[in-house]
Design a binder for this molecule. Structure first.
Ligand SMILES: [Zn+2]
Ligand SMILES: [Zn+2]
Length: 271
């Protein structure tokens, strides 16, 4: 079945529409010269390739070169019960499927939020029609409906040792993964951009929109941080290859408190 890929966000669409709804939303953007569509064949003809690299034992980063759309780093988490593909990129080819299969069977695909849907249904079809878990709260943004999609809300345990919850914030259903065995058993959070690992590696940010810089309230940020408090974790990866390598739990708490203090006006004297 043919489908279209938004050239800006790389989210798959079953048909071309006037403008991609995800890009037209206030959290994303449409290029100045308007909407563009592409296809897997076009991207492949332009030399697009999937790059898969180990980021720590049993965790692989999946990107494309050049980046498709937003250009996120997808994550493949390996467990003894099967693997999970997180934040699937907007490109896939036979070589990528072969490499992913070599790393073990994928039992499910899940995106942290609609910006990260990529070509999730296509990845599923090529990996044996595995379930694509879509947050009920954000399901309206799915532009390629398919029987492989299963909606969920609250909490999901797609594999033993992997828990998905929805702190919300960036999108109402914005999700994170807790991977208990990650970081040598100290625990890892895959945060998408629900919680964004900053370049200083010692702080994180919480935003409604990153490209358009729309803030969240202190109360929402506190709720997001508190929802992660139930987990033991030491390391946090966002969806663009940035990592808080150690002490991530304390850093999330401290960053949430800093965010709340700034929006409350505690630091107005510094501005
Ligand atoms: Zn788009
Ligand atoms: Zn986003």
């Amino acid at each position: 079945m043919s489908f279209w890929i938004c050239a800006t966000c790389a989210v798959e669409h079953s048909e071309q529409v006037e403008v991609c709804a995800i890009c037209a939303d206030e959290r994303q953007w449409v290029p100045a010269d308007g909407q563009h569509w592409t296809t897997l064949d076009e991207l492949a003809a332009a030399g697009t390739e999937v790059v898969i690299e180990e980021v720590e034992p049993d965790l692989y980063g999946v990107t494309s070169k050049p980046p498709a759309g937003i250009g996120q780093q997808s994550m493949l988490v390996r467990t003894s019960d099967g693997n999970l593909l997180w934040d699937p990129i907007g490109f896939v080819d036979d070589a990528a499927v072969r490499r992913v299969r070599e790393l073990g069977g994928v039992v499910g695909i899940i995106a942290s939020h609609p910006h990260m849907y990529g070509v999730q249904v296509e990845w599923s079809h090529r990996l044996g029609d595995v379930p694509v878990y879509v947050s009920e709260a954000d399901a309206e943004w799915v532009a390629r409906r398919d029987p492989v999609i299963e909606t969920w809300s609250g909490k999901l345990t797609p594999l033993p040792g992997i828990t998905v919850i929805q702190p919300g914030g960036h999108f109402p259903g914005s999700a994170i993964i807790h991977w208990a065995d990650g970081a040598d058993g100290k625990g890892v959070i895959l945060s998408g951009d629900t919680v964004f690992a900053n370049p200083d590696r010692t702080s994180v940010s919480f935003m409604r929109s990153y490209p358009n810089r729309i803030p969240l309230s202190g109360a929402v940020v506190d709720r997001v941080a508190r929802s992660l408090d139930v987990f033991d974790y030491d390391r946090l990866y966002n969806n663009f290859g940035s990592v808080i390598p150690v002490d991530a739990k304390a850093i999330v708490r401290r960053s949430a408190d800093r965010h709340a203090a700034w929006v409350r006006g505690d630091y107005d004297h510094l501005t």
